[in-house]
Design a protein around this ligand. Structure first.
Ligand code: XUL
Ligand code: MN
Length: 364
């Protein structure tokens, strides 16, 4: 039997937040990046996910030499604490020049800005000792379909990805799909779309995906099946585990909070595929509830990691022989009952439907 995976965890500084939402301001005071980095190891995390401007604040107003200097400082802060950068992602949705999207904007100077920002992100990633760049294509979509030509938009996304691949022969690009928010519809809404564009690119071996549980749910899809699809293509480069209670705003709830069984199946798919054995991180893109106090600022991260590890135990202790027998008997009712009892931690005898009174005999 192969050795059990020792999972490594990551999150981004934005996951320790001040609680602002579209209807109200901050309710907790901010921590500096350095203070946040101090908490990673004590919380059980060693990977740090960054936006470009999490590393270099005010990036657009700085000279290349200033950007490099700041990136080197942050890289040193990581090293001092025994941490590593997992990836850097261009924040392409804040600047007025990206109001109508970056890669797919109808304005050529806006598109040039977006490409340039991505190339500077690659420079920062290089300084941070990571080859990985994540593209969450926040505004690459439309509020109304007539606003852009969707076919041209797909071509423009592909063109930009190819330019990034050309710019640095070492860079890997991980697309994080999301179907909506902030746009009504996004152009790469699912991992299927992301993987299709990866194969179309000039170097498919360097383009893959990052799946966020909540984003898959918002697309009406099952996160575990989405992960399985990417794993089957060798293209699951990272995950943003979290949870989402139905089709509403992107909630980034703690992992397992809304649907523990779905969380179990995500862990099961990852564990069975040996995810993590090739150095992949278990990323948690979770948000603490706005109602929490300042001193609770990191509780959701510790809780989500803990839930993940409990679910790993559940996956490792499932009775595979019984599962196989129930599958062969096509007794999925019993398999369902067994799964629920296993998750609840209650004894698992008497799960077969054959324990039922003989309904057939009574003609029902
Ligand atoms: C947006 C989202 C982002 C990305 C990083 O919904 O998930 O946090 O994960 O830019
Ligand atoms: Mn995310």
């Amino acid at each position: 039997m192969s050795e059990a995976t020792k999972y490594r965890f990551s999150f981004g500084p934005w996951n320790i937040s001040e609680g602002a939402d579209p209807f109200g301001p901050e309710v907790r005071s901010p921590y500096s990046l350095e203070e946040k980095l101090d908490w990673y190891l004590p919380l059980g995390f060693e990977g740090v996910q960054f936006h470009d401007d999490d590393v270099v604040e005010g990036i657009d107003g700085l000279k290349p030499s200033q950007v490099t200097k700041r990136a080197q400082e942050v890289c040193q802060s990581l090293k001092d604490r025994g941490l590593v950068a997992e990836f850097v992602a261009p924040r392409l949705w804040f600047d007025p020049k990206t109001i109508d999207g970056g890669f797919t904007s109808n304005c050529a100077t806006d598109r040039a800005y977006a490409l340039d920002r991505c190339l500077r992100t690659i420079d920062i990633a290089r300084e941070m000792d990571t080859p990985n760049v994540v593209l969450w294509l926040a505004r690459e979509g439309t509020y109304i379909r007539e606003a852009k030509n969707a076919r041209v938009a797909y071509e423009r996304i592909l063109e930009t990805i190819n330019k990034m691949l050309d710019y640095d022969p070492e860079v890997n690009i991980w697309i994080e799909p999301k179907p909506n928010e902030p746009m009504d519809h996004a152009y790469l809404p699912t991992i299927g779309h992301a993987i299709a564009i990866a194969y179309q690119s000039s170097d498919p071996t360097r383009v893959g995906g990052l799946i966020e549980s909540a984003h898959a749910i918002l697309a009406g899809l099952d996160p575990a099946d989405e992960m399985a699809f990417a794993l089957a293509h060798g293209k699951l480069c990272s995950v943003h585990l979290n949870d989402q209670n139905g089709l509403k705003f992107d909630q980034d709830k703690s992992f397992g909070s809304a649907n523990l069984r779905s969380a179990y199946n995500q862990v099961r798919v990852l564990e069975e595929a040996g995810y993590g054995k090739r150095g992949e991180f278990v990323g948690l893109d979770v948000k603490i509830m706005r109602t929490q106090k300042q001193s609770d600022s990191t509780a959701h991260l510790a809780n989500s990691r803990d839930t993940f590890l409990h679910l790993v135990e559940k996956v490792r202790t499932v009775d595979r022989k019984l599962e196989q027998e129930l599958i062969e008997a096509r007794d999925y009712e019993a398999l369902d009952a067994y799964t629920l009892r296993h998750l609840l931690g209650v004894p698992t005898e008497a799960v077969s439907s054959s324990q039922q009174p003989a309904l057939a005999a009574s003609g029902k």
